[in-house]
Design a binder for this molecule. Structure first.
Ligand SMILES: Cc1cc2nc3c(=O)[nH]c(=O)nc-3n(C[C@H](O)[C@H](O)[C@H](O)COP(=O)(O)OP(=O)(O)OC[C@H]3O[C@@H](n4cnc5c(N)ncnc54)[C@H](O)[C@@H]3O)c2cc1C
Length: 431
């Protein structure tokens, strides 16, 4: 077999058309009204809301612009229902709150579509729907039950697809049916990120790359922030660091499990092969504990395939692991070349629900549990309104959910590799 990794690039496929640029950061002002930590989708949408309201805003980004998960993701978006379903959510937060959360979540895609239209951001947004594949017969039964609940709660436009019709959706013999959701969409995440940077700057916001926030000190009014490039006084602070949250905001770090997610891109495939494997060119995901997610590239020629690989940012190793998983699902891709392999960090909250709010004067939005493209944009916008004191515009169904940690957890999830290995074993055993 030819070496399928011969020309592997260890960086996101997205950066081919939307390259990252090492910017010279602007001089830092001595004071601002709002300082935002992190220039991903959360930080930039928070900044957009505040700058549009006339606030002086500085976004500090430790790396280059888009160095976090926001330009590394799969670009797939939908309501992102709770991992444990309505039952899991209700068990924790009661039925009324759970209903409010899933009903609000149904609006995430429209929210993002409106934002893109309003700001004229061209990022290959396409509302193609999602096919969620059942990896076991029992998963299909569970999906049918969950779908009924989702329909009752939200009226979502979705339908069960039995095993005999799976080939209409996906060219794989691995699945026992699935659910077709119409609402889900896809976009080019790095182009979306570039669009948000432009929008924030046009509204007067200052964005500084290579400016890490090292210390946040409370003053009698506001904060003094020490960065790697100098000190800035700020009246308000928003922390939007998700999977990259560091010790400088230890209270938040203790509430998040940073987990590496990785992706690969295939070389361009023959149109007939794409027609067979992804006839409807949708977003796809399966029902295993360690699930895989995949989609066509925006030009419809490649497959972009993601999931949990190793815990390291190791392009060649992750490419090998993800390719095995991809070929299990699509054996026809056995001799296809892999051109790109990349990864980034997502953040899970212990309750599998994203969180936003304020703690000790610091505002935050984070914990998107691997589904942050639409959620982070929605949460960032809501957070901006909260910081402006616009209570009605800032209110969400996710308000005031307890954001808990676990005893002795300090933000370093040393135990995760063992849990992931265990979940893989259960997946293989077919439970
Ligand atoms: C491989 C992969 C695939 C994914 N696929 C999908 C998908 O298909 N659909 C979906 O909905 N979600 C997906 N996600 C998740 C999604 O990308 C994230 O949830 C989302 O981008 C989070 O945005 P954010 O702005 O909160 O964080 P990020 O984009 O991660 O930005 C946080 C930023 O904070 C900066 N930072 C941290 N500490 C400091 C500091 N002290 N000072 C200054 N800056 C700091 C970091 O450098 C980083 O740039 C995926 C993620 C990965 C990694």
């Amino acid at each position: 077999m030819a070496n399928v990794f011969a020309n592997l690039k260890s960086e996101p496929y997205w950066w081919e058309e939307a390259p990252r640029i090492a910017e010279v950061p602007p001089p830092l002002p001595s004071q601002v009204e709002v300082l935002i930590v992190g220039a991903g989708f959360s930080g930039l949408t928070t900044a957009r809301t505040l700058a549009n309201a006339g606030k002086s805003v500085l976004v500090c980004e430790a790396g280059f612009l888009g160095s976090g998960a926001s330009t590394r993701n799969g670009g797939m978006l939908g309501p992102s229902f709770h991992k444990l379903g309505m039952d899991g959510l209700s068990a924790r937060y009661g039925q009324a709150r759970s209903l409010a959360i899933v009903r609000e979540s149904i609006g995430f895609v429209d929210f993002l579509k409106d934002l893109l239209n309003e700001e004229q951001i061209e990022c290959e947004f396409a509302q193609v729907g999602r096919f969620r594949c059942a990896s076991r017969p029992s998963h299909y039964d569970e999906m049918a039950r969950t779908l009924e609940q989702q329909k009752l709660a939200t009226g979502i436009d979705a339908e069960l697809v039995p095993r005999e019709s799976v080939q209409e959706e996906i060219g794989s013999a691995s699945f026992y049916g699935g659910v077709r959701y119409k609402i889900d969409a896809m976009l080019h995440p790095a182009k979306y990120h570039d669009g948000l940077v432009r929008v924030v700057r046009k509204a007067g916001g200052l964005i500084a790359a290579a400016t890490e926030v090292l210390e946040i000190e409370r003053k009698s009014s506001g904060f003094r922030v020490t960065t790697s490039r100098g000190t800035v006084d700020a009246q308000q602070i928003a922390v939007c660091t998700n999977g990259y949250t560091k010790k400088v905001t230890q209270w938040l770090r203790r509430r998040l499990l940073p987990i590496r997610s990785a992706m690969i891109a295939t070389e361009p495939l023959q149109a007939e092969l794409m027609d067979r494997l992804m006839p409807m060119r949708r977003c796809y995901g399966d029902s295993r504990r360690i699930m895989a997610y995949y989609r066509p590239s925006p030009d419809g020629k490649r497959i972009l395939f993601g999931g949990r690989a190793s815990s390291k940012d190791d392009g060649p190793l992750n490419a090998k692991l993800l390719r095995e998983s991809m070929v299990d699902i699509f054996p026809e891709l056995d001799d296809v070349k892999i051109t790109h392999s990349w990864s980034g960090l997502v953040a899970y909250a212990f309750d599998h629900v994203p969180h936003l709010g304020e703690h000790n004067g610091l505002f935050y939005a984070m914990g998107y549990c691997g589904s942050g493209v639409a959620r982070s944009s929605f949460f960032g916008t809501k957070l901006g309104h909260k910081m402006l004191g616009n209570d009605a515009d800032g209110a969400t169904a996710f308000d005031d959910l307890p954001f808990n940690t676990k005893p002795l957890y300090n933000g370093n999830p040393w135990f995760l590799p063992a849990i992931i290995r265990w979940h893989r074993i259960i997946d293989r055993l077919g439970a």
